[in-house]
Design a protein. Structure first.
Lengths: 328, 350
């Protein structure tokens, strides 16, 4: 009787653990999902999205700064999206108008923004190199959904209690799927990443479509940055994207440039991150203590295996990274 | 635009200088925006970088890393491949240097150096080998795989330095200090050391290899025209793998400069972004060994001058140098065509 009781208690503890790990997986996955979807719209249009890291960081800085100055989380979000769109358009100018190397452009912007954000942060706010700590009113705070106390632990711990941007992202997903796969714009965008000459021959502007892909990329990655700075965090800190842009790019590749598989990859990567926090110092049977870094390395290893063709194949959009020169 | 080639002085001097100028102008605007007068800032940076023996020493110490990092990008670039894994390759090279040095207490530096250098070259090359093979054999894009390998190297080094080789009782993630007898000869008052000569030798060897050997000829042929190289039965795949590994080996040598030359221990994060500066250096140096040495000295001066600048103007932190680094890559790399077209138009009209 007592043993059975203990077993039931143990089962409850693991259910609670499972729910809390799942909830933190969702929280950690949202910025990855937003950035990966941004990258998806850029890469499906044929423009390499190596600059996701910089776009996120620029968005985070803009969100932190504007939310601190105006006291409004919404103004912060709008600023994050606008600034990231502007940076994405610089990438677009280099890639589309100047026929420049898109990889070089992405790296340049990542480095530029990693340096520029702390410089501006110090110059504008003078508190270290970040932006001032935000009061709750200037952030997207956790939302308690109705019924949190009645509908059971899954609803209370997993569905309810996230910040607004989590629900916005969830609502955006079907819209983005529809936009990419069911609209004329989506078809054209995908075509321009596969065969821009055909799109051009059909009388459409390749440049215009690619720029629109980049605007979407900027808007979504800017939102990812805002999530870090004014939803999860309470202000911008230098390098707060911490490689998440690259991780989102890896997830995009892992999801084979498709919306839902890419989101799945983000959830998987976020799960390893949540697990890593949970496993710290825990002694597992057989293997003992797993070093944190090994769990952290998993997303990169998985993506590598996929790229090597050992786990399915990843085929990039055919015209990815190639500047478009009109044939005459 | 693809029609007539421009004369070399435009291609190798005027256009790179215009690109650099554009990067400097935007940097100046940013400096002005944060309340630092750009003219004074430039003077202060030049004074910091070249105004004293110690300043020059620091400039050359940074340049040592950047020569290695630039070669790491430039050698694979000759085969048409973009190695941005210099950062990770340097971490693994440094790790092996540290293991060798910790295993040789009491050895004189000149006896240990060949072993440590071999370890650095091997570590960097080995870390580059898998992305190279994946690129050539399985078509995995080297840019993505080297980025992934940078992250893997960073996680691996963190684990090694936190859990495995950290000195007992040391709160920070670093190895124990090496035996003082292992320290490379260095200048007094600044960290520039014998590694600078190794870097210059590496640049010279790279130039010999690329421009004066059959191997280098084939490498350039394969990079410039894969079809022609294929027709001439040049083994482009093998060449590419070797070029990437040689690049990785150069990056590994950053570990010799940092661990054996300066810190006399291995500190976590010793690469400090040098691998990415290598991208800027290779772009500015047009993948040419001599260009890389000049660009590395310029970037060394920027880093040292930037340190000086932050003494004079506290709001201009070291991050301002990172900004300049990014701008140089943007203008000399991605926006390279910005000036080429107007210059070409002017030239063809005259």
């Amino acid at each position: 009787m007592a043993a059975a009781g203990r077993r039931i208690v143990a089962a409850f503890v693991t259910l609670f653990d499972l729910l809390s790990v799942s909830a933190s997986t969702v929280r950690l996955a949202i910025p990855l999902i937003l950035a990966a979807l941004g990258g998806l719209f850029s890469e499906r249009a044929g423009v390499v999205a190596l600059g996701l890291e910089g776009l996120m960081l620029a968005g985070a800085f803009a969100a932190g700064s504007i939310a601190a100055v105006t006291g409004s989380a919404w103004a912060g979000l709008a600023a994050a999206m606008l600034v990231a769109i502007a940076v994405a358009l610089v990438h677009g100018y280099a890639a589309i108008a100047q026929l420049g190397d898109q990889i070089v452009s992405g790296i340049a912007l990542n480095i530029l923004i990693a340096g520029l954000t702390p410089v501006l942060g110090l110059a504008w706010f003078g508190e270290g190199a970040g932006t001032p700590a935000l009061p709750p009113g200037a952030r997207f705070m956790p939302v308690i959904l109705p019924g949190a106390d009645r509908l059971g632990p899954v609803w209370r711990l997993l569905v309810s209690g996230h910040n607004l941007l989590v629900y916005v992202t969830a609502a955006l997903l079907p819209v983005l799927v529809w936009l990419l796969y069911s609209t004329r714009f989506g078809l054209r965008l995908r075509a321009v990443g596969e065969n821009p000459h055909a799109v051009d021959a059909a009388g459409l502007s390749v440049a215009r479509l690619r720029y629109s892909g980049l605007v979407l990329c900027g808007a979504l990655s800017g939102m990812a940055g805002a999530y870090l700075a004014i939803a999860e965090g309470a202000g911008f800190t230098p390098d707060m994207s911490a490689g998440r842009g690259y991780l989102a790019l890896a997830a995009l590749i892992f999801g084979k440039w498709r919306v839902l598989p890419a989101c799945g990859a983000c959830l998987l990567f976020a799960f390893t991150d949540a697990l890593q926090v949970r496993l710290q110092g825990v002694v597992l049977p057989v293997v003992g203590i797993v070093p944190v870094q090994f769990v952290e390395a998993l997303p990169y290893l998985l993506t590598l295996l996929l790229l090597a063709g050992f786990v399915g194949t990843a085929r990039a959009p055919r015209a990815l990274g190639q500047p478009f020169v009109k044939t005459r | 635009m693809t029609g007539r080639a421009l004369p070399p002085f435009l291609d190798y001097a005027v256009i790179p200088l215009l690109n650099l100028l554009a990067a400097l102008i935007v940097s100046g605007l940013i400096l002005a925006a944060i309340g630092v007068p750009p003219g004074t800032a430039l003077a202060s940076m030049a004074e910091g970088a070249f105004g004293s023996a110690d300043g020059i020493g620091y400039t050359l110490y940074y340049a040592t890393n950047f020569i290695f990092a630039g070669l790491a990008v430039a050698l694979p670039a000759r085969a048409g491949l973009f190695n941005i894994g210099g950062e990770g390759q340097a971490m693994i090279g440094g790790l092996l240097v540290a293991l060798v040095c910790l295993g040789l207490p009491g050895w004189p530096w000149w006896a240990a150096l060949p072993l440590a250098a071999a370890a650095a070259l091997f570590g960097g090359a080995a870390w580059a080998l898998i992305p190279a093979l994946l690129q050539v054999r399985r078509g995995s894009h080297i840019v993505i795989t080297t980025i992934l390998f940078n992250f893997l190297a960073s996680k691996f080094s963190t684990w090694m330095l936190v859990d495995v080789v950290r000195a007992p009782g040391d709160p920070s993630p670093e190895t124990a200090g090496f035996d003082p007898s292992l320290a490379l000869p260095a200048a007094a008052g600044s960290p520039v050391n014998l590694s600078l000569l190794l870097a210059l030798a590496a640049a010279f060897l790279a130039w010999l290899l690329v421009h004066r050997t059959v191997w280098g000829y084939e490498l350039r042929a394969a990079g410039q025209s894969p079809e022609a190289a294929h027709y001439a039965a040049i083994p482009a795949g093998t060449l590419a793998v070797v070029a990437i590994c040689l690049g990785g080996a150069c990056a590994g040598m950053i570990g010799v400069n940092e661990a054996m030359g300066v810190e006399h221990r291995l500190v976590l994060g010793f690469t400090a972004g040098a691998g990415f500066v290598g991208v800027a250096v290779a772009l500015m140096g047009r993948n040419h060994a001599f260009g890389i040495v000049l660009a590395a000295i310029l970037f060394g001066a920027l880093y040292q001058g930037g340190a000086e600048l932050s003494f004079d103007y506290p709001q201009a932190t070291r991050d301002i140098v990172v900004v300049m680094d990014g701008l140089v890559i943007l203008f000399c790399g991605a926006l390279e065509q910005l000036w080429r077209r107007p210059v070409a138009a002017l030239w063809l009209r005259s």
